[in-house]
Every structure is written in C-alpha cells, then in structure tokens.
Design a protein around this ligand. Structure first.
Ligand code: FES
Length: 201
C-alpha cells in the first residue's frame, strides 16, 4: 500500500522551508540576488520535485530502464507504460516520490473525449499511476474493456475519458498530466490536473 506521507502539499511546504533556509543562509553570507536565484532553482531540481513543463519521461523497469520514452515506443491500444519524469538538462529522474509515477498509454485520438484530447499528444495520455482508492500502482491493462486496472481491489479507470472511475471502489479519477510531443519525444506540458495520490482532498 502506498505511504501517503508524501502528500503533495507536504512536499510544497517542505520545499518552501528549504527555500527559506537557503535564502536565509545565502543572505547571511552576503550573496547577490542573481546567485540566490540560481541556488533556489537548484533546490527545485530534485528527485522529489513534481513534474515540470519540459520534462521528458523515462522507463522505470526492464532493459530500457532510464531511457527516454518516445511516442513510437508505446503500442497503439495499450498496454500502459510506467514512467517517471526526467529533467532534460540535469538528467535527474524525479523518482524520489511515488507521486511522480505516471502511466503512459497510446490510444486512437478519435476515441478520446474532447477534454482528454486537450491534454493528450497524438493519442498518448499520461495519468498518475497511484490508485485513488488506497494507493497501489495502477499496473494492469484490460484490453477488452480498454480500462486501466488496479489489482488490489479492482478499481478500473477509463483512459479515454480523463481516467474516470468505471468500476471498483476508487473515489475519484486519476490525475492527468498534460503532455506534448517534441521531435518524437514525450514531454510534460503542464501540471497534474488534479491531486495525485489517494487521500481525499
Ligand atoms: Fe486500488 Fe484499492 S488500492 S483498488
């Protein structure tokens, strides 16, 4: 079961505290503002920072672990691929928090709802991999139903319709991560549309 101690709001508070500590120390040393901006930017460039616009995705498992994922790596019609975002400059993989774990799946764009297509890229959609029921990984694909399945208690989500819950005990849909494609590579295009994780808001 997922440890929800990694609540995004907790992470925000922790990062804010880190920023304050860095600024306080740097100001005490008489450092200039441009230098401080560089230092503060570096604190955001961490393994547990949430996905940022421009991040790439890398494989989490298997022979290709750590490789950047292209749209063509995903089979049309599923199954999903587990992935973490990666900063393209520092090459830091944001695997310090499970809340950054996403599933990528490539579907027929014509089958996506209008709202889903708005955050998809040529039929590829990205969702939080954390089941909103009790935090297991949404790890299975039901090809007949074309739903994402959490095997812990049977929650199913429809990736064609912003991962709405279509079966099982999950209380809410998976958070969607907007994406785009640049030179064939999948790229983060915005923040999660909802809150990843399983605790009720
Ligand atoms: Fe996914 Fe219960 S944790 S269905």
């Amino acid at each position: 079961m997922f440890d929800d101690s990694q609540d995004p709001s907790d992470e925000c508070l922790r990062r804010a505290a880190t920023r304050r500590a860095v600024l306080k120390t740097a100001l005490g040393l008489g450092l200039s503002l441009p230098f401080l901006e560089v230092v503060v930017a570096a604190t955001d460039d961490s393994r547990d920072a949430p996905p940022k616009v421009g991040d790439r995705f890398v494989f989490v498992l298997g022979d290709r672990k750590g490789e950047v994922i292209k749209a063509e790596d995903l089979a049309l019609g599923g199954p999903q691929q587990l992935a973490y975002p990666m900063d393209p400059t520092s090459k830091i993989v944001r695997d310090g928090s499970r809340l950054n774990e996403v599933v990528l799946i490539r579907l027929d764009p014509e089958q996506l709802t209008r709202e889903t297509r708005a955050n998809a890229a040529e039929g590829v959609v990205a969702y939080s991999a954390i089941c909103t029921h009790q935090g297991c990984d949404v790890s299975q694909w039901k090809s007949e139903q074309r739903t994402l399945l959490c095997v812990c208690h049977g929650a199913e989500y429809d990736p064609r319709d912003r991962a709405k819950v279509v079966a099982g005990p999950a209380p809410r849909r998976l958070a969607m991560l907007p994406i785009k494609i640049e030179e064939g590579v999948l790229v983060v295009a915005g923040a999660f549309t909802g809150r990843p994780g399983f605790r009720e808001m």
